[in-house]
Write a protein that binds this ligand. Structure first.
Ligand code: ZN
Ligand code: ZN
Length: 346
């Protein structure tokens, strides 16, 4: 079968011919119907070769939707032909975090070498993929695979990031979204659907700001050196109640910390260069600001996000590519030349 694989750190992924996998005991084989490309793939592709964390070659794709093609022995909770979305942050299933559905924070995954598909285990950018356990699959019913697949990360991650701030996002408050790409443009829609807050979106080009308005932002501000002043012109002296940074480089984290108001939340979601950090101290920010850096989301939250999609609350912008031009999808992703999410349809 065909698969898009990372072969060498610092190089483009390649379309390669690999063996079709067959499911072992307890596993599920999916015929992939859609796979999403994510900025974190680009981050991984450009990691230095020294200490590279995953075995290579690695089939990419941590966002996957497919149809159950074959059940490994002992799997009784699914039937062949069911359309499912893959919950990506696989854990052990038995530790305290996993028991709460928070497999993204599994205590044992590192020790047991359990890795998400596309981020260690073979991913969804292929004709078929193995899912290690049926609990990592959520039936999608008649949802469209192409617009549903980004929800497994670009929907789940902002949902998990926003949820703890919901009690603070009451009428008259402001939520700021920095970065309007795959995750950010879904975050704007989630905030509009789940809160009465005014939503301000930040990005670096007027085109991206227009897009942010199209998906529901009330106001837009260019993400530049004047961003904090321009946000505060809108919020007044109270500042923002919650700022979600889907970029994560030092300038955007500084903008987030500068825009947040007393008792507000700053949530850093974007990977950036993996080095940037918020400075927190008694007078480094307004009083009682909370700073979080979450990762992905829980199993139950994926079910909630798919239910929101079923209610028509989310309209995910996608650009589709065949498996044969999936490498081009990664090129466009690296060049920041995408509107919404790149989805590969095998
Ligand atoms: Zn991702
Ligand atoms: Zn666990």
């Amino acid at each position: 079968m065909k698969a898009i694989q990372m072969v060498k750190p610092g190089s483009e992924p390649e379309l390669r011919e690999v063996d079709k996998p067959s499911p072992g005991p307890g596993e599920v084989l999916l015929k992939v119907t859609a796979a999403g490309a994510c900025h974190s793939d680009d981050f991984v592709l450009n990691l230095p070769p020294e200490g590279f964390p995953y075995p290579l070659p690695l089939t990419l794709g941590h966002e996957g939707v497919g149809v159950v093609a074959e059940l490994g022995s002992g799997v009784t909770t699914l039937t062949e032909g069911t359309a499912v979305a893959v919950y990506g942050p696989w854990g052990c299933g038995v530790c305290h975090f996993c028991s709460r559905g928070l497999e993204n924070y599994c205590s044992n995954a590192a020790e047991l070498q359990i890795a998400p598909p596309g981020l260690g285990a073979p991913g969804a950018m292929a004709e078929f993929m193995i899912v290690d356990d049926p609990r990592h699959l959520v039936p999608i019913g008649d949802l469209d695979p192409v617009t549903t697949v980004p929800l497994t990360d670009a929907g789940l991650t902002p949902y998990h990031a926003i949820k703890p701030s919901l009690p603070k996002l009451v009428g008259g408050t402001t939520a700021v979204v920095i970065g309007t790409g795959g995750l950010g443009h879904v975050a704007i829609q989630l905030l509009r659907h789940l809160t009465p807050s005014r939503v301000i979106a930040l990005d670096v080009t007027p085109e991206k700001l227009d897009f942010a308005k199209e998906v529901g932002a009330h106001e837009t501000v260019l993400s530049d050196a004047d961003a904090v002043a321009n946000i505060r012109k809108i919020t007044g002296k109270d500042g923002a109640t919650a700022v979600f940074d889907f970029v994560g480089y030092q300038p955007t984290i500084d903008t987030a910390m500068g825009a947040v108001g007393t008792m507000g939340d700053v949530t850093i979601v974007g990977l950036g260069d993996g080095q940037a950090a918020a400075k927190v101290g008694i007078w480094a920010q307004p009083y009682e600001v909370s700073v979080r850096a979450p990762y992905w989301g829980s199993r139950s939250e994926l079910i909630e996000v798919l239910d929101l999609a079923r209610d028509g609350a989310l309209d995910v912008a996608v650009q589709t590519f065949g498996l044969d031009d999936g490498v081009d999808a990664y090129r466009k992703l690296a060049a920041n030349d995408l509107r919404g999410r790149a989805v590969v349809v095998p």
